[in-house]
Design a protein around this ligand. Sequence first.
Ligand SMILES: NC(=O)c1ccc[n+]([C@@H]2O[C@H](COP(=O)([O-])OP(=O)(O)OC[C@H]3O[C@@H](n4cnc5c(N)ncnc54)[C@H](O)[C@@H]3O)[C@@H](O)[C@H]2O)c1
Length: 341
Amino acid sequence: MSHILITGGAGYIGSHTVLELLNLNKNVVVIDDLSNASRESLNRVEGISGKKVTFFEGSVLDKELLSSIFSQFSFSAVIHFAGHKAVGESVKKPLSYYHNNVEGTVILVEAMLEHNVNNLVFSSSATVYGEEAEAPYVETQKLGSPTSPYGQTKLMVEQILADVVKSNNNFKVVNLRYFNPIGADKSGLIGEDPSGIPNNLMPFIAQVAVGKRPQLSIFGNDYDTADGTCERDYIHVTDLANGHIAALDWLVEQNNGICEAFNLGTGTPYSVLKVLKTFEQSTKVKVPYSFEPRRDGDLAAFWANAEKAKKTLNWSAKKNMEEMMVDTWRWQSNNPNGYAN
Ligand SMILES: NC(=O)c1ccc[n+]([C@@H]2O[C@H](COP(=O)([O-])OP(=O)(O)OC[C@H]3O[C@@H](n4cnc5c(N)ncnc54)[C@H](O)[C@@H]3O)[C@@H](O)[C@H]2O)c1
């Protein structure tokens, strides 16, 4: 019986992907060190799906643990979500980010090669296009230089994986470049549960709406955009999860020596103010806000050209902004303290 190994599967995107895989009756094994997640997310995934997840608490940096997991199961593929993701923290602790995200991937791929597991889907990011890139970002454009150590880790891992494929014709890789995942499973039982003050817009809006924070800070209202606030390509996390399944299905059918990147976004930019207004209209909850100075490193606007995933993977995002808002609110209002409830 073949399994799929999900690293970081207790996290935000990982848990939603595990749920979609279980709904398709796939056998899933998760490894997560719970550095930014709760075991409760997987308990809930089991509750929603009525299926079991095999879970190992530990790090992809732990060679012995990986070797033991790879010896116990026959894996058809690995989806590699595990990594630290806070841009600001990566500027303060670059070595921790290079160690965890880059070395963690090297150790994981070594274990895959040792055990002859040849299909890898990697969580990359739109940040690899760099700050000079012109939107919409398309996979054929030259990659830039991300400004943060976090972004650098994604670019480095993509380069390392390309080199591994060149050196080993059996190995196959898909790099999925995510845009801005938001929303939550429609059950309202799993969702994004950031620790501390959220770095991203959507959990910040949701926490203000639920009364955990007094007001939303909007960083910058003088950008060269229609309403002066930053524009991003927001994608529902369930659409994103299904993008992984489409990528995996495609990858296993390919001949050897594949290293392909796909943008996972909707192709439509939304400004911060537009997201906020849609949230208020869809949920009937007011969110007080104030404008604050721009944050270092924030780009005015970027979004995906999402055509390649549509043509090649037969995948495109289905859920609109209202659904993203309603689903976020269902999760946040039912779980004001996230998984700590
Ligand atoms: N959320 C986004 O906006 C976004 C955008 C682009 C790319 N990504 C990437 O997608 C992946 C998943 O993101 P997410 O939003 O679900 O983040 P998340 O923090 O919720 O999930 C990452 C998971 O990996 C685990 N983890 C971290 N280091 C580990 C290690 N060494 N061994 C085992 N587990 C480890 C964490 O505990 C967490 O559960 C990350 O690699 C992230 O960089 C996220």
